[in-house]
Design a protein around this ligand. Sequence first.
Ligand SMILES: Cc1cc2nc3c(=O)[nH]c(=O)nc-3n(C[C@H](O)[C@H](O)[C@H](O)COP(=O)(O)OP(=O)(O)OC[C@H]3O[C@@H](n4cnc5c(N)ncnc54)[C@H](O)[C@@H]3O)c2cc1C
Length: 329
Amino acid sequence: MTVRALDELVAELTEACAGTVRGGASLAELSTLRVGGPARVLVTAESDHDLAAIGQACLRHGVPWTVIGRGSNLLVSDHGWPGVAIQLGTHFRGVEIDGRSVRAGAAEKLPVLAVRVADVGLTGFAWACAVPGSLGGAVRMNAGAHGGDMAKHLVEVEIVRLRTGIRETWPASTLGLGYRSSALPDDAVVVAASLFLEAGDADTVREEIRSIRSWRRAHQPLNEPNCGSVFTNPVDGSAGRLIDEAGLKGHRQGGAQVSTRHANFIVTRGGATANDVARLIRVIQDRVRETSGVELIPEVARLGAFTGDGGVDPVAHGTGGDLPAGVDG
Ligand SMILES: Cc1cc2nc3c(=O)[nH]c(=O)nc-3n(C[C@H](O)[C@H](O)[C@H](O)COP(=O)(O)OP(=O)(O)OC[C@H]3O[C@@H](n4cnc5c(N)ncnc54)[C@H](O)[C@@H]3O)c2cc1C
């Protein structure tokens, strides 16, 4: 894309969208791993109309789109994202509770939602207090922990299709929710979700939240940049245990290190690159395959192109333009 074409894209989006539009915005700041390059354009969408305008602009200019939630499961390439990165603004927040039915905007933080529903005595969703994502990202990833996951509570989701700009309601059964995965189309932006929860006792759920948080503080490196579990657990196994048994706790590649506290976490230090993280992922996969014969599958979603000494194939997340369709981690 030429500088002129980029200027035109930014001007067009600024004119069409109520939300903010920034060229060359840092994505490292929006990712909990704190690595990676900038987005060509970052737009905060404040309405369905903004999302429709972004979709149309991407299609017209032949650039890819992607959605960023809280960036808590994202490995952003050092080359950044060569298209439009979309964040949902305050318009996509809000929680409505009616008995055991809950409807919330996709930009809501999952831990905030967990506390809101606990306060009215709804149970089964306490696990979400420890997952630092947005509701939209949690739907896309079918996030889960401590025996629960989104699939257990979701009734339906509202998505805006970037290709058409139309809001559609999809029942949970049509989302293809699997272990940390969904089959949402590449142009689907989750804008709201409805849940159905069990009735319980508020004090009991609050106590459950306290105990989950304290377990997490004791077992996970929460004071260092990370993206949660890097690999999904193999059937009947634990990725962390396999990595530990392969002798990799504390192993480093550049500024990326296997956490000494939890082997399925990679933490980054100042100066770390996405390539360091990608190299470390490859080293872990190779070593665990050698020691246990198990092929670990990354859970972290890659955004942008990864090439060279990272040893991984070029991949991209999102679509709508000149790059291959996305790959979820
Ligand atoms: C300390 C820590 C602990 C964690 N613990 C857990 C855990 O216990 N269980 C667990 O499942 N995960 C865990 N995670 C990972 C992460 O929080 C979840 O995967 C979460 O659901 C990601 O949400 P997000 O908003 O941050 O999404 P992002 O990381 O921003 O994006 C993840 C994917 O979702 C897509 N996406 C985001 N928002 C939308 C949207 N509105 N519409 C469509 N697609 C969207 C993105 O394009 C990307 O493909 C943890 C992460 C950290 C840092």
